[in-house]
Design a protein around this ligand. Structure first.
Ligand code: HEC
Length: 252
């Protein structure tokens, strides 16, 4: 018993003696134990004076002493596809003509995931049903409310233009390029286009397939409207009538 206590005390004293010795003092900078943990082997981005010895000569390893180098001109990182359209009115038009949703816009999983991303990122302004009446707009805090997705021009807005606006942002709407991957953005757009198609199918009594074509701007908005619904009324009605639009099969 006594012997063990004595040993513990003895080794603690020895350890204290050595630890005390590593303290910096005057010109002595202190001793380093485990220097490989203190000095990372990975290069810091802006290291100073990082040199290597080559054939007895000290050679500076990185130009300007910067370990963080720019990628080789003309290269991109693996898996990255640049976005070719510029943030200009022309770029917007070109994107509208050229970009097509690469995902299957009828796929249930795509739509479900699009809905989730929409509710997280967009519904706060655009409203859960896309009527432009999200909580932030209702609170009065937002200076310029977004348009309803069922306003006639937005209803048939080409998906490429939508993608472009979500990529760069538009006026008071910020860019979502850093929040959502390209695939996630296309899922959200598929979800919005589907909401619009359901509305079109219901209001104009057309099949859901035709309604999708209209929403994508590939077919004109039907002029023959059965019942009393007119284009104008359809826009005004948008906020309330999306509720039951999911039941529209377009078969009638
Ligand atoms: C902070 C509020 C806000 C959020 C969040 C927001 N938007 Fe918008 N959005 C706007 C406003 C405002 C406009 C109208 C911009 C304009 O035309 O001046 C708009 C316009 C749009 C348009 C029409 C663009 C065009 O080219 O006319 C689309 C499509 C759109 N938003 C999609 C989205 C999607 C998808 C998200 C989520 C990823 C989103 N928005 C999130 C405020 C928002």
């Amino acid at each position: 018993m006594y012997k063990r206590d004595f040993l513990v005390l003895f080794f603690t004293c020895i350890a204290a003696y050595f630890l005390g010795a590593c303290q910096a003092n005057g010109d002595f900078t202190g001793r380093e134990y485990m220097p490989d943990m203190t000095h990372s082997k990975a290069y810091e981005p802006y290291v100073e004076g990082r040199t290597v010895m080559i054939d007895g000569d000290s050679v500076q390893l990185f130009p300007n002493n910067q370990a963080a180098l720019k990628p080789v001109a003309g290269t991109v990182s693996r898996g990255y596809v640049p976005y070719y359209f510029e943030d200009t009115a022309e770029g917007y038009e070109e994107a509208g003509r050229a970009l097509v949703n690469p995902l299957d816009a009828y796929d249930k999983t795509v739509l479900e995931q699009g809905k989730i991303a929409y509710e997280i990122n967009c519904a706060i302004c655009h409203g859960a049903k896309g009527a432009g009446d999200g909580p932030i707009v209702k609170s009065g805090a937002y200076p310029a409310p977004p348009p309803s997705y069922f306003r006639e021009d937005i209803l048939v807005l080409p998906e490429g233009k939508m993608f472009h606006s979500v990529h760069y942002g538009k006026n008071l709407m910020g860019s979502y390029a850093s929040q959502l991957t390209k695939e996630e953005r296309w899922k959200v757009i598929a979800y919005i286009k589907n909401m619009q198609a359901e509305k079109i199918a219901k209001d104009y009594k057309v099949s859901i397939e035709d309604a999708h074509q209209v929403a994508l701007g590939k077919k004109p908005i039907p002029t023959e409207v059965t019942e009393e619904t007119t284009d104008e009324a359809a826009t005004e009605e948008a906020e309330v009538s999306t509720e039951d639009s999911t039941s529209a099969t377009g078969e009638e």
